[in-house]
Design a protein around this ligand. Structure first.
Ligand SMILES: *[C@@H]1O[C@H](CO)[C@@H](O)[C@H](O)[C@H]1NC(C)=O
Ligand SMILES: *[C@@H]1O[C@H](CO)[C@@H](O)[C@H](O)[C@H]1NC(C)=O
Ligand SMILES: *[C@@H]1O[C@H](CO)[C@@H](O)[C@H](O)[C@H]1NC(C)=O
Ligand SMILES: *[C@@H]1O[C@H](CO)[C@@H](O)[C@H](O)[C@H]1NC(C)=O
Ligand SMILES: *[C@@H]1O[C@H](CO)[C@@H](O)[C@H](O)[C@H]1NC(C)=O
Ligand SMILES: *[C@@H]1O[C@H](CO)[C@@H](O)[C@H](O)[C@H]1NC(C)=O
Ligand SMILES: *[C@@H]1O[C@H](CO)[C@@H](O)[C@H](O)[C@H]1NC(C)=O
Ligand SMILES: *[C@@H]1O[C@H](CO)[C@@H](O)[C@H](O)[C@H]1NC(C)=O
Ligand SMILES: *[C@@H]1O[C@H](CO)[C@@H](O)[C@H](O)[C@H]1NC(C)=O
Ligand SMILES: *[C@@H]1O[C@H](CO)[C@@H](O)[C@H](O)[C@H]1NC(C)=O
Ligand SMILES: *[C@@H]1O[C@H](CO)[C@@H](O)[C@H](O)[C@H]1NC(C)=O
Ligand SMILES: *[C@@H]1O[C@H](CO)[C@@H](O)[C@H](O)[C@H]1NC(C)=O
Length: 698
């Protein structure tokens, strides 16, 4: 229908209402999100939550509000727009939808990529259409009157916003009376980087508290303003010197807020341990840049492989990896995993760096088989496989594969590299491929990784990422035996398997893991020390509802092939919020046709309220349309090596609540770090004293 007919229909509907007859109106719900996880657009995970994950969540919401009778005589028609995580594509596709397809949106749900939210928000504001996003975290998007003519004035933010995250940080600091803090964050320059905005929001929040002017951001009775005494950012080109940073930190504060990639946090904690700063005097408050489970699992401190086959003359098919089995005095005890393989029809030849390698002939009978007894080689979720190959020109063959048509890595037509991903039940997911990347007849250090937290699979060559694609958040088919080199013609050496997804720095560091000195048994305490160091970390991550209704929702998503994550849930809840507000606006006497022309009235019923989302517990939207998100503060459980929830921060009440009142926090120094530390001495003109003689801790 064209615009004229559309207006006519609006007129008719309003006439119908005035004569008191039953009326119906059709509301256009426009879902905006990337259709494919085109990897090149972004460095964060949110772009990888694709349309095929969020659309079922919106449909689920439409069905449930329909069943509740909330739609009355009206109905929702959904349309989808591929934003490609690009502000340009978002803009032109929305304009085309309006002017070419004659679909006037009545609500926009999405997108999530920051710049795309900006542009969609401007259009929505101009059209007077509510827009609800699970992304758009930067604090600038909160201002509904500023910018150009209130460019975001119809934007509701249903996801994580950094302003709210800053509130949790401050609540936590006040809980323990920590008054002086340091901040360190990673800045991925010119990219849509989370940590930069997160750090910005914390700084702004501390400033507002200090200025003591905004009513709800005053210093509460009995608390003090919080001073930011050290503020460091670093990027790829200006590597952070952890030692220098920690020296500065020790001089000034006992509390540091960090927002960094995992490998950097590991390095920082290792350096802190070496400087004696993990004895309980310091606390590292870590913010999960993606808010998607970074602080769950053992990957933070686990550094070694679950399988390491040097594949040379000396080691044959032997697995020299090992597992930590406890401590004896100051020695850490390790036992071999011994998932030794067997070779068939192979030879040895010269390898890279003067070490030997294994030759495979290219026939199906020339291969190595590694038995998988369902223990550590069944990595199932996140994984990294690294290996060095010298493949033949036009070679076509398996480098590494899990039997039973499981996950597989191949040389393809000489120069191509491909990985096949298969769900645990055998359902084929995707092939991730890169052409023209291998150099035949030369040594290539290659790899494949999959990150269960983000659903992204990547291919690696010479320590650099060469392909990346979303395959969804799934358990992989890794239960079969492992076959190496079947139908592969060429040489293979140094095969490594890890049960976590490595980043580029970790892959670079693992390049020499098979060097001779390293395949000797060393009872190093590296992993155990890192685990110990992580006891000084408190991490802030998202809280998930604990209700039966939420479990049911997760199940319903799974039935539609979607794994729950906070973006997906936010799309669902966005639809529920709009439907609830629309219902109330109409119930209060508004004419549906008028609401389709100008959604401002609906917006009034969307903000400064609570409603029930997927978990059927209270979600609160504040007076400027930002969700009061719930968070969980987790601490390391030293027995299991996993983080466990300690504090819940309820956005609805804006307070910290202990998850289990019987639990006590495991402070490495038995008590929380001192709120008035010696860190005060020697700075701010306060001289050193007897009890605090030195400024640093070396
Ligand atoms: C929704 O309502 C419109 C207008 O009443 C009608 O034309 C359309 O067929 C309805 N769609 C569905 C899916 O019921
Ligand atoms: C609003 O929803 C309630 C059920 O929650 C329903 O009874 C009522 O008819 C709805 N009102 C309109 C105007 O659709
Ligand atoms: C929509 O209505 C609001 C007030 O209800 C008004 O301020 C705004 O200008 C209107 N917008 C459009 C595009 O008509
Ligand atoms: C929004 O921006 C305007 C102008 O840019 C500024 O005057 C106003 O204080 C801002 N409001 C908030 C709540 O930050
Ligand atoms: C903050 O402002 C309130 C009200 O103006 C005042 O009572 C309080 O003392 C101030 N607090 C600080 C720490 O300055
Ligand atoms: C930062 O570290 C990387 C990798 O370790 C190195 O290649 C690079 O030269 C370093 N940059 C600086 C400025 O030190
Ligand atoms: C694997 O090889 C090592 C070294 O030869 C040997 O000690 C170990 O018993 C073997 N393990 C198995 C399960 O065969
Ligand atoms: C097999 O699995 C068990 C754990 O179930 C483990 O202890 C054992 O060492 C594994 N490896 C081998 C080679 O048998
Ligand atoms: C490699 O395998 C593919 C199919 O997987 C086939 O199309 C191609 O011709 C093969 N190349 C060579 C050189 O055998
Ligand atoms: C790679 O292997 C081929 C034989 O398959 C050999 O001729 C060549 O020298 C090897 N390249 C290197 C760099 O070792
Ligand atoms: C928010 O709602 C409360 C009542 O629930 C009301 O007192 C308050 O004035 C509202 N705030 C705004 C900014 O509309
Ligand atoms: C806490 O301890 C009390 C008494 O030992 C017990 O009754 C209660 O169930 C415990 N609560 C939790 C959440 O474990």
């Amino acid at each position: 229908m064209d615009l004229g007919q559309h207006l006519l229909l609006g007129l008719l509907v309003s006439v119908v209402i005035h004569t008191g007859r039953v009326s119906t109106a059709e509301f256009n719900v426009v879902i905006v999100q990337p259709r494919n996880a085109e990897y090149k657009w972004t460095d964060t995970s949110l772009a990888h939550v694709t349309m095929d994950q969020v659309e079922p969540a919106v449909q689920l919401a439409i069905r449930s509000v329909g069943e509740m009778g909330m739609l009355g005589q009206h109905n929702f028609t959904t349309h989808t727009v591929d934003s490609e995580c690009s502000h340009y594509m978002t803009l032109v596709r929305l304009v085309d939808l309006y002017y070419k397809a004659n679909v006037r949106p009545d609500v926009l749900i999405g997108p999530t990529c920051t710049y795309a939210v900006g542009h969609a928000g401007r259009l929505a504001s101009h059209w007077a259409v509510p827009i609800i996003s699970a992304g758009g975290q930067p604090s600038a998007l909160r201002n509904k009157t500023g910018g150009y003519h209130g460019e975001y004035k119809t934007l509701t933010r249903m996801g994580v916003t950094y302003n709210k995250m800053a509130n949790v940080v401050v609540e936590l600091l006040w809980k323990y009376n920590w008054k002086r803090v340091a901040l360190v964050h990673y800045d991925a320059r010119n990219q849509q980087n989370d940590c930069k905005y997160g750090a910005q929001a914390i700084k702004e929040k501390l400033d507002r508290i200090r200025s003591n002017t905004t009513l709800d951001e005053r210093v509460p009775a009995g608390k003090d303003p919080i001073d930011l005494v050290l503020d460091k950012s670093y990027d790829k080109d200006s590597n952070l010197s952890y030692d220098n940073f920690l020296v500065e930190l020790a001089e000034r504060a006992r509390v540091v807020i960090t927002c960094t990639p995992i490998s950097d946090l590991q390095e920082m904690m290792r350096a802190a341990k070496n400087r004696g700063m993990t004895d309980g005097r310091f606390v590292f408050i870590a913010i999960d840049p993606e808010f998607e489970g970074m602080y769950y699992g053992t990957h933070l401190w686990k550094t070694g492989p679950v399988g390491l086959w040097p594949l040379n003359r000396k080691n044959n098919a032997k697995d020299v990896s090992k597992s930590y089995r406890g401590r004896k005095g100051d020695r850490c005890i390790w036992v071999g995993n011994w998932n030794n393989g067997t070779m068939a029809n192979t030879e040895y030849a010269e390898g890279p760096d003067g070490v030997s390698s294994v030759v495979f002939t290219g026939s199906p009978v020339s291969k190595m088989v590694i038995p998988n007894n369902g223990s550590i080689l069944d990595v199932r979720q996140s994984l990294t496989v690294l290996v060095k190959i010298n493949g033949s020109v036009n070679g076509n063959g398996t480098i590494f594969s899990y039997d039973g048509s499981g996950m597989e890595l191949r040389q393809q037509d000489g120069k191509g590299l491909s990985a096949r991903f298969v769900r645990r039940d055998g359902h084929f997911l995707k092939q991730v491929k890169k052409d023209d990347v291998l150099t035949p007849d030369e040594w290539n250090y290659i790899g494949v990784s999959y990150d269960y937290r983000t659903g992204i699979a990547k291919l690696w060559h010479d320590g650099k990422e060469v392909a990346g694609e979303s395959i969804g958040i799934v358990d992989l088919r890794t239960q079969g035996d492992i076959t190496v080199g079947e139908q592969f013609k060429g040489r293979i050496t140094c095969l490594q398997v890890y049960n976590y997804a490595m980043d580029d720095s970790q892959i670079e560091a693992a390049k020499d893991a098979c060097e001779d000195r390293k395949d000797e048994f060393v009872d190093s305490c590296d992993e155990e020390e890192l685990l110990e160091a992580f006891r000084s970390v408190l991490a802030i991550t998202l809280r998930k509802p604990a209700t039966e209704e939420f479990k049911d929702f997760v199940k319903k998503l799974e039935d539609r092939g979607v794994k729950e994550n906070h973006y997906v849930t936010a799309y669902h809840d966005s639809m529920v919020l709009f439907a609830t507000a629309l219902n109330e606006t109409i119930a209060a006497g508004a004419n549906p046709a008028d609401l389709k022309e100008n959604g401002s009235l609906i917006l009034k019923n969307m903000w400064n309220r609570t409603f029930q989302g997927a978990g059927k517990d209270n979600i609160s939207i504040d007076e400027l349309g930002d969700r009061d998100t719930d968070y969980t503060i987790v601490e390391m459980d030293k027995e299991s090596g996993n983080f466990k929830p300690f504090w819940d921060y309820m956005g609805f009440t804006k307070t910290l609540k202990q998850v289990n009142p019987n639990q006590t926090m495991d402070w490495p120094g038995a008590t929380p770090p001192d709120p008035e530390p010696c860190g005060l001495r020697g700075s701010n003109g306060v001289p050193p004293t007897e009890d605090c003689p030195s400024k640093s801790l070396t």
